[in-house]
Design a protein around this ligand. Structure first.
Ligand code: UD1
Ligand code: MG
Length: 476
């Protein structure tokens, strides 16, 4: 199986002026290669490592989202293990991405070599750089990548001071400039004493990459093609190499489930800080779980133990009360959600609307000012402005085979514990009596009652109780 439309999917044209960064005197084109072929055997998983999630998004989605602000001309993912699934995810994340399958995994240098033919040609008059990243290193920041692009060196490596450098490639400097990367296994005692390590992220001038990658050999302890050899090769070719430093956290790679949990915790800490700095109150930040794409407007307040799944946007001044769970939904300005509410995909909550405790909303538009305050299920529905859905009222949207819609007009009042059997429409200003099972449309302004009629039998309760007590006494 090959996924190699080499140059076809990568436009050799610049699609927008944004894709040429203006640096100093010249123009800059950035292409991105993400290495994602590895199995990740320590994950003990059927799923390729880069598809495991933190912040409710695959590891590789974090990498692709970190490069997005750099407006790369081209994103190439090198895939291998679980290729079909990785290709599907990458294509969904970045419509123009190219996936190249690496048959035999002969090392990071070999992986980059597979991507080279897919790199679009140079653009006249523009400097062309290639960022090489790992799909399992999700926390690298866009700002850091921008610093690497801005570096004047032909080869720029992202380095960090490791608390424990064991296993990492060491960045060997002479007179303050980078001369080689030596992998742990190949390092002697002096090199192992170096704590400045290779994160794996590199930014290389496209021409340098094209000329040096084919020169990489396998003369090392693992017998693999190491992309890191490009530093020594560049020095031999009298090209400049530099190190850009970042915090160790940014370089955190995921290798096993413990590493995934560590990366999740680091991501949550970072995302919470980002949300707080956007003017949102998190009353107990350490208990709120956010997704990569969570957006919350300023002056919103999020209470303790709220979970944001993917695809949630919350406008300004909304309140999300404790223990609510939101995914794939939109909450408008000033709306109040929870406590203990569940907003599922397709929930659109209008301005100032109220969704209260133990209310589940799915695939439904709740217009501004509407209230669903207690114990309801509203699915495949449209609720009009200022409508009131009473406690325990539900839409019966599923007939066992198909889903049907419920439409409720503006200012309608649905009495408690009613069941609205879809498809059904309740007009503007209509009322439904409590406990009704509504199977036919209710016209605007009408009152519908659909339940057993009440009859009162004077004195019967008292007489019944006396009889029961007498029966019990006779049994003693
Ligand atoms: C690599 C670096 C090391 C650095 C470390 C940081 C090399 C030779 N070494 O080592 O200097 O300190 O990362 O974590 O680059 N991959 C492929 N195809 C392959 C081999 C790897 O796509 O044939 C991908 C993997 O899926 C992974 C990435 O490249 O995403 C890195 O490979 P890995 O085997 O983890 O490299 P390390 O030994 O950790
Ligand atoms: Mg690794």
């Amino acid at each position: 199986m090959t996924f190699t439309p080499p140059v076809a999917q990568c436009s050799s044209q610049i699609r927008s002026v944004n894709q040429i960064n203006n640096i100093g005197l010249g123009l800059m084109v950035v292409d991105v290669i993400v290495l994602a072929a590895g199995l990740g055997s320590r994950m003990l998983s059927e799923m390729p490592k880069v598809l495991h999630c933190i912040g409710q998004a695959p590891l590789i989605a974090h990498v692709i989202s970190a490069v997005a602000p750099l407006t790369p001309r081209c994103v190439i993912a090198v895939v291998g293990h679980g290729a079909a699934a990785v290709v599907k995810t990458v294509s969904a994340l970045h419509a123009d991405a190219t996936c190249i399958e690496q048959g035999d995994m002969l090392g990071t240098g070999h992986a980059v070599a597979q991507a080279l033919p897919a790199l679009p040609p140079a653009v006249d008059g523009a400097m062309s750089k290639v960022l090489v990243l790992f799909g399992d290193t999700p926390l690298v920041r866009s700002e850091t990548l921008q610093r690497m692009i801005d570096s004047p060196a032909a080869v720029t490596v992202l380095g960090f001071e490791a608390v424990d450098p064991t296993g990492y490639g060491r960045l060997i400097e002479e007179d303050g400039s980078l001369v080689a990367i030596v992998e742990h296994r190949d390092a002697g005692p002096a090199e192992r004493a170096v704590t400045l390590c290779n994160s794996g992220v590199m930014c290389v001038e496209a021409a340098t990459l094209r000329s040096l990658v084919p020169q990489i050999g396998t003369d090392n302890a693992k017998g693999e093609y190491y992309v890191t050899d490009i530093v020594a090769l560049a020095r031999k070719a009298e090209q400049s190499c530099a190190v850009i430093r970042c915090a160790e956290e940014e370089t955190l790679g995921v290798n096993d489930r413990a590493g995934l949990a560590t990366a999740e915790a680091a991501f949550q800490t970072r995302k919470r800080a980002e949300i707080l700095s956007a003017g949102v109150t998190l009353t107990a930040p350490e208990t709120v779980h956010l997704a990569l794409d969570t957006v919350i407007g300023p002056d919103s307040v999020v209470g303790p133990f709220v979970v944001f799944g993917p695809g949630v946007t919350v406008e300004n001044g909304a309140e999300i009360l404790p223990f609510s769970h939101l995914e794939g939904c939109h909450v408008s300005q000033g709306a109040r959600i929870g406590p203990h509410a569940r907003l599922r995909p397709g929930a659109e909550i209008g301005a100032g609307a109220r969704i209260g405790n133990f209310v589940e909303v799915k695939e439904a538009q709740i217009a501004q000012g509407a209230k669903i305050n207690h114990l309801s299920y509203v699915g495949d529905a449209q609720i009009g402005e200022d409508a009131n859905i009473g406690a325990g009222a539900i839409t019966c949207n599923y007939d066992g085979v198909m889903k049907h819609r419920t439409e409720i007009g503006a200012r309608a009042f649905i009495g408690s514990n009613s069941a609205l059997v879809a498809p059904v429409r309740i007009g503007d200003d209509a009322m439904v009596g409590s406990g009704s099972v509504i199977t036919r449309d209710v016209e605007a302004g009408a009152l519908a009652i659909a339940r057993g009629a009440q009859t009162n039998k004077p004195g019967l309760a008292r007489r019944l109780m006396e009889r029961l007590r007498a029966i019990k006494a006779a049994r003693r």
